[in-house]
Design a protein around this ligand. Structure first.
Ligand code: ADP
Length: 560
């Protein structure tokens, strides 16, 4: 652009100082000035507005125009005697910059002109002029060839690496697309603003949106997630927002999805963050309407069957009790032994049906939750006392630890309140103490209570068989039982700990176990604590309103 502007400028000066320029042969013809102007304009447009991918052809065009302008200028001002030779030499030096093709074209044009000159024009008519021609017109091209060759080579090897890399990337991208498209779960990728960047065919099929319609839209207008009753989601329920805001994975099996045709589906949604916070996330979802329906039907069947079977079992248990009672029946010792065993098995069967009933009630949503204020310490002690006889029958010491004297002085048991369903809490603690007795052959079981401002923690520690580390993570799953030589003889359903976990979750708490295999286990239940003053106020209020809330304390409790 600079060179062409200089030419235009020289043409302009020609008007003011035409004599001086003409005497130096520096005057620029009009058509050359026009060409130079076009060149300058094109190079300016190229710099400012042309897209990156067109920059090379435009640069070559600018160079071509500039070379033509300078060539014509040189020819017009005396060729081998032109004062613009230096300008041409400069332009010639850059021919190699655009590669061998452009350099060759320039060389062909120059040598073509030389030939034409030698045959027709005869401007070059002695050796001196021929040498000037070689030095001024051929030498810059040769120099240009060597000057840019190395650079072009480097660039072309860089280009090759770049092409190979681009090919590899595009192959990987193709493969990923094939994989994502083959997944039969809905996959949607959104950016940090929640705008859809990718939607796979399964997602399109489930939601009823086409790819082109869904891309670049906010995910909320395509993936219309609602709560299980079909109402709009609270911010805390929106798993996608949660992941976008925290960059943590989130999931829910409790949401419904409204499809494009207005149909409502039950869905399981998993959201995983991508990269840094604000980069976006991947939403994977699955229609679980059928699954849930089957589960509900299964739970209903189990519930009805268990309910119906409990009546005959209760009758069998009653009659076996009568048979064993010396006041109502006379049987010999052998028969007593058999009937005793039959009674144990029937009791086990009764417990199994009770567990099945509880689980099915939990799973089809029939489980009620009536939170009441309880003094957790007094409550746990009460539940523990209920197991004293069965512990004694196995020669085990069952200890309720809080408040036990440490030898010198009597310690005060801490008082922690919680607002939970007392039936749920009783079932959880009973299950844990029952298991502790069941899986301990000798030693002791200790129930303890601790807490902080936020939580109350009850622990049940035993000196029993312990739990192998590989089983710990599966322990709270439905029907999971550890199958090894120490457990095989002990009957059970594998439902107790699953029920405990679900009930503790309903109470807003958590349950876990720490165990030393072969030495014993400690189960922990942690629930939210109700602060002392609120607990006292609620107890007082309930007293005034009537007996809806039952507590373990009738008198206002002491401060912790
Ligand atoms: P089960 O009816 O079989 O006792 P649970 O769900 O209560 O079912 O317990 C699941 C499994 O966990 C049991 O089969 C047992 O192997 C193991 N387990 C539970 N409590 C204890 C414990 N205190 N000590 C050792 N193992 C235990």
């Amino acid at each position: 652009m600079f060179v062409s502007l200089v030419i235009v400028l020289l043409y302009g000066i020609g008007f003011i100082a035409s004599d001086t320029l003409q005497s130096n042969n520096l005057s620029v013809p009009f058509y050359v000035a026009i060409l130079a102007g076009v060149t300058a304009a094109l190079s300016f447009v190229g710099r400012q507005w042309i897209a990156k991918e067109y920059i090379v052809p435009v640069a070559i065009a600018v160079y071509g125009l500039l070379a033509t302008t300078t060539g014509l200028l040189v020819i017009d001002t005396g060729f081998t005697t032109s004062p613009f030779i230096a300008l041409w030499m400069l332009i010639g030096l850059f021919a190699g910059l655009f590669g061998l093709y452009v350099l060759s074209i320039v060389a062909v044009v120059i040598n073509g002109y030389l030939l034409a000159d030698l045959v027709f024009l005869h401007t070059i008519n002695n050796t001196e002029q021929f040498i000037i021609f070689l030095l001024a017109y051929e030498l810059p091209l040769v120099a240009s060839f060597f000057l840019w060759r190395k650079k072009n080579r480097e660039e072309s090897s860089e280009e090759k690496t770049y092409t190979a890399l681009a090919q590899e990337l595009s192959q990987v991208a193709n493969k990923s697309e094939i994989v994502i498209n083959a997944i039969d779960e809905g996959v949607i990728a959104v950016d940090g603003q929640g705008v859809i960047q990718l939607i796979n065919p399964a997602a399109q099929g489930t939601i009823g949106w086409g790819k082109q319609d869904a891309l670049k839209l906010d995910y909320r207008s395509v993936l219309k997630l609602k709560d299980k009753n079909g109402k709009s989601l609270e911010p805390s329920q929106d798993v996608v927002q949660k992941t976008l805001a925290t960059n943590e994975p989130s999931a829910s099996n409790d949401l419904t999805l409204e499809t494009n045709s207005g149909k409502r589906l039950l869905v399981s949604v998993h959201v995983s963050p991508v990269g840094q916070i604000g980069s976006g996330c991947i939403i994977v979802f699955r229609d679980i309407t059928e699954e849930k329906k089957e589960e509900r039907e299964q739970a209903e069947f189990i519930s009805t069957a268990s309910h119906e079977m409990r009546t005959p079992i209760a009758a069998i248990e009653g009659y076996l009790g009568l048979a064993l009672n010396p006041h109502t029946a006379v049987i010999d010792d052998k028969a007593r032994g058999y009937i005793g065993k039959a009674q144990e098995s029937v009791q086990h069967l009764g417990r199994l049906f009770q567990d099945l009933l509880d689980v099915s009630r939990l799973e089809d949503g029939r489980l009620t939750n009536h939170p009441k204020v309880i003094d957790v310490g007094a409550f746990a002690q009460d539940v523990t006392n209920g197991f004293m006889i069965s512990a004694k029958d196995k020669n085990l010491a069952l200890i309720y630890k809080p408040g036990i004297s440490n030898g010198k002085e009597k310690q005060l048991a801490p008082v922690f309140y919680a607002e939970v369903d007392a039936d749920h809490m009783r079932e959880v603690l009973s299950n844990l103490i029952e298991n502790a007795i069941k899986y301990t052959q000798e030693g002791s079981i200790t129930v303890d209570l601790t807490g902080d401002n936020e939580h109350v923690k009850v622990s049940v520690k035993d000196s029993g068989i312990g739990i192998p580390p590989e089983d710990v993570s599966h322990l709270f799953q439905k029907f999971y039982r550890i199958d090894n030589s120490s457990t095989r003889e002990i009957g059970g359903t594998g439902l107790g700990l699953y029920l405990c976990r679900r009930l503790v979750e309903v109470m807003g708490g958590r349950i876990w176990v720490e165990s030393d295999y072969g030495k014993g286990s400690t189960f922990f239940v942690e629930i939210p604590r109700l602060d002392h003053q609120t607990a006292v106020d609620r107890i007082e209020r309930e007293k005034e309103q009537g007996p809806q809330i039952t507590t373990m304390h009738d008198t206002p409790p002491p401060t912790v």
